[in-house]
Design a protein. Structure first.
Length: 318
């Protein structure tokens, strides 16, 4: 474990040092280039935000509800709506070619799908939505969540990095927690009813798990940072779409690889995190790293499914 930690620290130090040198050498030219690209759209978004702000007369609760609940929910259901059409009908065929667990959910069991949609909606309406109430009052204390001035693009990238790090830490350890035998039996087993998951299953969970593992890891970052509501809306939408991709069952071109979390649903005791950093440090990805799924765990930059270019080894005849 110490060797792994030391190896990870050396890699991190090398990457940071290299990045710092490159950034220092190119800081002026890169800054000038990015500023010239970002300024025009930056003014557009600032003007649009002010129009939206005054449209609702600066009513903070209404703005917060729209940004933290409505926008992310629309992003989630629009994205998953497309996936569910492919799950149920097998069309368009070009999407189903990219299925990870071949022969599974082909087509998806509509009874199980209806149950998953029902639980997902209940979790969103009766758990996630009420949790926004205390979050709203926490954000009001910071004083800049409903500012008329949008955060800069640079600051949003900093926030996004911090949000992702916090989510990785909280999700990994709460996820490991609900895999303890007692908690797994009474709480987490519900989520693992889907050994070959689909997108909407990302929020198909026991209410306790939905609070601990799905909602709090995503909400904590913005609450710590006192983020602007626009940053919160963007982050919640990104988080919901990303977890949908992780559960969708398709390794689609140009999207993040879902192989890591799909393998977790297949094997149960591997790949607990989001980024995989803590899994590497804790050794909870050792089996995954020895599989073809690990070789396929990358962004697909062509139209040829990775299940075809990197197929599983043929099973030995018994």
């Amino acid at each position: 474990q110490e060797v792994k930690l030391w190896h990870a620290m050396k890699i991190t130090a090398f990457v940071l040092a290299t990045g710092l040198l490159v950034f220092t050498a190119l800081a002026n030219s890169v800054s000038w280039y990015v500023q010239n690209i970002w300024d025009p759209p930056g003014h557009f978004w600032q003007t649009t935000w002010l129009k939206f702000y005054y449209l609702f007369d600066g009513k903070e609760w209404t703005i917060f509800l729209l940004g933290a609940a409505l926008v992310p929910s629309l992003a989630f259901w629009c994205f998953n709506g497309i996936l569910m059409v492919a799950d149920v009908t097998g069309k368009p065929a070009f999407i189903t070619r990219y299925r990870i667990q071949l022969g599974k959910n082909d087509p998806v069991d509509t009874k199980k799908l209806r149950q998953a949609i029902y639980i997902a909606l209940c979790n969103q309406f009766f758990i996630s939505l009420p949790m926004l109430v205390p979050m709203f009052y926490i954000m009001k204390r910071w004083g800049n969540t409903f500012s008329k001035e949008l955060p800069t693009f640079y600051w949003f990238l900093v926030e996004l990095s911090i949000f992702t790090l916090i989510e990785e830490i909280l999700f990994y350890y709460t996820h490991r927690l609900v895999h303890l035998p007692l908690l797994y039996k009474h709480i987490h087993k519900k989520h693992h009813e889907w050994t070959a998951p689909i997108g909407v299953v990302s929020v198909y969970a026991h209410p306790v798990e939905h609070i601990l593992s799905n909602t709090l890891p995503v909400m904590t970052g913005p609450m710590i940072m006192g983020s602007h509501i626009v940053s919160i809306a963007a982050w919640f939408s990104i988080a919901l779409i990303t977890t949908s991709i992780s559960h969708c069952g398709y390794h689609l071109p140009f999207l993040p690889s879902p192989e890591f979390h799909d393998f977790h649903h297949l094997k149960f005791n591997q790949c607990y995190g989001v980024l995989g950093v803590l899994d590497y440090l804790h050794g909870t990805d050792t089996v995954f790293r020895q599989t073809k799924a690990f070789e396929r765990h990358r962004v697909l930059l062509s139209l040829t499914p990775l299940s075809e270019s990197i197929p599983d080894a043929p099973r030995r005849a018994e």
